[in-house]
Design a protein around this ligand. Structure first.
Ligand SMILES: Cc1cc2nc3c(=O)[nH]c(=O)nc-3n(C[C@H](O)[C@H](O)[C@H](O)COP(=O)(O)O)c2cc1C
Length: 209
C-alpha cells in the first residue's frame, strides 16, 4: 500500500502534462505579484517544471524565495552572475525550455527583447532560446499605446513571438479600471496550450546539450 506522499507523487506523475519545462521570465511590473498563482496552475496542468528567472526590478514585486517555494526549483536572478557551468547558465536554461514565457513583460522588457539587448537573465535567456516564445505585456495604458511600445510589439510578432494581449483590470497606482493588466493565470495557461498545439515539435524539448 502506498503512503500519502507516494500516492501524491504517483498522481502527479500520472497527470498528463503538455510539456516538460516552462522557463518563466518575470520582469518588474505589478503583475509579478500574481506569478505564484500562475506557477501553481502551470505545474498542476501544463508542465513538469517551471524554471523562474527574474530581473532585478522583479525582485521588488516577487521575492526569489517565494518564486522558489512555488516552483519547487532554484530561481535565477539578475542580481548576481551565475557560476560558470551552473544550472543557471543562460544557454543551458534556453536549451531546456519547451516554451519560454515572459510574464509580466514590462515596457522596458518589451523594448529590450525587440532590440536584442541582453542585459539581464530574462532577456539573455530569451535571446538564446529557440523554443516558442510568449510574452504577456502589462503596463499603464498610455505606455502600452505609445507608438514605440506598439512598434516594439509589432517587431516581436514579426520575429515569431506570441503576444498575450493585456486585459482590463484595476491599475494599482490610480485605483482606476483600465486596460493594461496581465490576464489571469487561467487565460495565460489557455494561451500556452494553444501555442503548444501549434508547435507540436516543441513539446519534447529539451534540446540536447
Ligand atoms: C510601483 C511600480 C510599478 C510599476 N509597474 C509597471 C508595470 O506594470 N509595467 C511596466 O511596464 N513598468 C512598470 N514599472 C516600471 C518598471 O519597474 C521599470 O521600467 C523597470 O525599469 C523595469 O525593469 P525590468 O524590465 O528590468 O524588470 C513600475 C514601477 C514601479 C515603481
Amino acid at each position: 500500500m502506498s503512503t500519502g506522499k507516494q500516492a501524491q507523487e504517483e498522481a502527479s506523475a500520472a497527470r498528463e502534462m503538455v510539456c516538460e519545462t516552462v522557463v518563466l521570465g518575470v520582469s518588474g511590473a505589478v503583475g509579478a505579484t500574481e506569478v505564484p498563482q500562475l506557477i501553481v496552475l502551470l505545474r498542476r496542468e501544463f508542465c513538469r517544471r517551471v524554471q523562474v528567472v527574474m530581473t532585478r526590478t522583479a525582485e521588488l514585486f516577487l521575492t526569489p524565495y517565494a518564486a522558489e517555494v512555488f516552483s519547487g526549483q532554484p530561481v535565477g536572478t539578475s542580481s548576481e552572475l551565475p557560476k560558470p557551468n551552473s544550472w543557471q547558465g543562460h544557454i543551458r536554461l534556453a536549451k531546456e525550455a519547451s516554451v519560454l514565457l515572459v510574464a509580466p513583460a514590462t515596457a522596458n522588457m518589451v523594448a529590450r527583447l525587440a532590440t536584442g539587448l541582453a542585459e539581464d537573465l530574462v532577456s539573455t535567456v530569451t535571446l538564446a532560446a529557440t523554443c516558442p516564445k510568449v510574452i504577456a505585456p502589462a503596463m499603464n495604458i498610455r505606455m502600452f499605446e505609445n507608438a514605440t511600445t506598439q512598434r516594439n510589439l509589432r517587431e516581436l510578432r514579426e520575429h515569431g513571438f506570441y503576444i498575450i494581449e493585456p486585459v482590463v483590470g484595476i491599475e494599482v497606482a490610480t485605483m482606476e479600471v483600465s486596460f493594461g493588466s496581465m490576464p489571469q493565470p487561467r487565460e495565460i495557461a489557455n494561451f500556452l496550450f494553444n501555442v503548444m498545439a501549434a508547435n507540436p515539435g516543441a513539446k519534447d524539448q529539451p534540446e540536447q546539450t
